[in-house]
Design a protein around this ligand. Structure first.
Ligand SMILES: Cc1cc2nc3c(=O)[nH]c(=O)nc-3n(C[C@H](O)[C@H](O)[C@H](O)COP(=O)(O)O)c2cc1C
Length: 141
C-alpha cells in the first residue's frame, strides 16, 4: 500500500545554496533507489518535505532524517495511505525548491478543481509554508 508522510522542520543553521544543492542531489539519489518520490523545500530556515512510497521505504528514510542534527522541531503534517502518487511524473520523482519550473507545474496541478484529497491537503500545507512571516503579524495581535 502506498503511503505519504509530510513534515516541516527548523534548520539549525541558515543553508547556503551549495549546501542545499548537495542535500537535494543526495536525497534524489537515495530516494530513487527506494522508489520514494516527493518534495523537499527550504524557505528561510524552514524545511518542508513530502515522502511517498511503500510504507517501509518511507519509514526507513524518515527515521534517518529524524536523527539528522542539521534540523530539529520535526512536525508531521500528513501521515496517510494514498491511492496514487503526486510526484512520479516529475524528474526522478523529486521536486526541490530550486526548480521553479517543476514547482509551477506542481502548483497548477494541485490547484485543479478536481484535485484529489491528498492534493488538497498538500495545497493547504504549502499555502501556509509559503506565506511570508511578516504578512502573518497582522493576525497575531
Ligand atoms: C531536511 C532534510 C531532508 C533530508 N531528506 C532526505 C531524503 O529525502 N532522503 C535521504 O536519503 N536523506 C535525506 N536527508 C539526509 C538524512 O537525514 C541523512 O543524513 C542521510 O540519509 C544519511 O544517513 P546515513 O548516513 O545514516 O545513511 C535529509 C536531511 C535533511 C536535513
Amino acid at each position: 500500500m502506498l503511503h505519504t508522510k509530510c513534515y516541516i522542520s527548523n534548520s539549525v543553521n541558515l543553508w547556503q545554496n551549495h549546501k542545499l544543492e548537495a542535500l537535494f542531489s543526495f536525497s534524489k539519489t537515495q530516494n530513487v533507489f527506494r522508489n520514494v518520490t516527493g518534495l523537499l523545500l527550504y524557505n528561510e530556515g524552514t524545511f518542508l518535505q513530502v515522502l511517498e512510497g511503500e510504507i517501509d521505504d518511507v519509514e526507513t528514510i524518515l527515521s534517518k532524517i529524524k536523527k539528522d542534527d542539521r534540523h530539529n522541531q520535526i512536525t508531521i503534517m500528513m501521515d496517510q495511505e494514498i491511492s496514487h502518487r503526486l510526484f512520479e511524473s516529475y524528474q526522478s520523482g523529486m521536486v526541490f525548491s530550486d526548480d521553479e519550473k517543476e514547482l509551477k507545474k506542481l502548483k497548477s496541478r494541485i490547484q485543479l478543481p478536481n484535485a484529489s484529497n491528498y492534493a488538497k491537503s498538500l495545497r493547504a500545507i504549502l499555502h501556509s509554508f509559503t506565506i511570508p512571516q511578516h504578512s502573518l503579524s497582522g493576525y497575531m495581535v
